[in-house]
Write a protein that binds this ligand. Structure first.
Ligand SMILES: [Zn+2]
Length: 331
């Protein structure tokens, strides 16, 4: 029998929990009901038009997001910001480029390089069950057309959006954002709202440092890449979730081994780690990756071995970590 996440009772429970949190002042949240991971996009109105952050995975989700934007704002798109190089956050560019061809699609130089280096493989790997609503021909993918280096500030009459490149975390590079007027952190997939994260890049210790940098900003709200907005306590929760993960992998690998090197886990060890994590964090949503019977956590731990040493993923724990620009840190 094919797995259908929409039949899964956990989906309904998680969805109900998340939709309560869809509005944060003037920043709106859209959360996909089409993909298994509740990919989330955000948008807000300015005097010059609407700023949209991330464009979704399925074309149906992009179209629904666009309907919401037009219902709740002027519908004049000013700019689209892409947080990282995973298709669930930028495949919808194709839709938005059609309906709003003049809106620049903006990301950081590091994220752009990762998108450029991975989108063909990502498109060709789209699961059969997701097609055709999810683009699978690389020729259909619209890449960002505007790039910033390190940091960019957009100042409007009532709202400011500071963007910077941070990482490594789920990807080597990702764009984070800060809206000082509302103390809102735009986290992309550095945070998922109590949903397990993709650890295939083996960057967990660096990722924890990024989280701690975010914590020092003192956000009141965090806009996550999956399952919508959350309170700032989520930062410490994910940090603790990672510490548990490293403790369990370290136990499996034995003393003297690097606990962050998931590639060294065998099948039995991975299954043990996943079972223990589910027991310790029963309210975390370990979403399924696709129609295959494998969750995000299972997939990430298994993919670590496949990615290690390839252009798609290396052990980067010793790479310099960028969390927040120093003048954004509020003591
Ligand atoms: Zn994502």
């Amino acid at each position: 029998m094919q797995y259908d996440w929409r039949d899964d009772p956990r989906w309904a429970a998680a969805h109900t929990a998340a939709v309560q949190d869809t509005r944060r002042g003037s920043v709106f949240c859209y959360q996909s009901g089409h993909d298994p991971w509740f990919s989330s996009s955000y948008y807000f109105e300015t005097e010059r038009g609407v700023v949209l952050i991330d464009t979704e995975y399925f074309q149906t989700s992009a179209a629904e997001l666009w309907e919401n934007i037009r219902r709740e704002t002027s519908g004049q798109l000013l700019v689209i910001v892409i947080t990282h190089a995973h298709p669930d956050h930028h495949w919808g560019n194709t839709f938005f480029h059609r309906v709003a061809p003049r809106a620049p699609i903006l990301t950081s130089a590091g994220v752009f390089a990762e998108i450029e280096g991975t989108y063909v493989r990502q498109a060709e790997g789209i699961p059969e069950g997701f097609r055709p609503d999810c683009l699978s021909d690389p020729a259909d993918i619209v890449l960002p057309d505007t790039v910033f280096h390190d940091r960019l500030t957009m100042r409007f009459d009532e709202i400011t959006l500071e963007l910077w490149e941070c990482g490594p975390a789920e990807c080597l590079h990702q764009v984070a954002g800060w809206i000082p007027e509302q103390r809102v952190l735009v986290a992309g997939d550095v945070l998922s709202n109590r949903q397990t994260v993709d650890a295939a890049q083996q960057t967990v210790e660096a990722w924890q440092l990024v989280l701690r940098g975010f914590t020092r900003l003192g956000p009141e709200h965090v806009l996550t890449g999956h399952l919508g907005a959350a309170g700032p306590e989520l930062l410490a929760e994910l940090d603790a979730w990672f510490s548990d993960l490293l403790a369990l992998t370290g136990h499996e690998l034995g003393p003297g081994e690097d606990p962050g090197r998931f590639a060294a886990l065998d099948t039995r060890a991975r299954a043990g780690v996943v079972a223990a994590m589910r027991e310790r964090h029963p309210d975390w949503w370990d979403a399924m990756m696709s129609e295959a019977d494998e969750s995000i956590l299972e997939w990430g731990l298994r993919m670590a071995a496949e990615r290690e040493g390839t252009a798609g993923g290396t052990v980067v724990r010793r790479a310099p970590v960028v969390s927040a620009p120093c003048d954004l840190v509020i003591a």
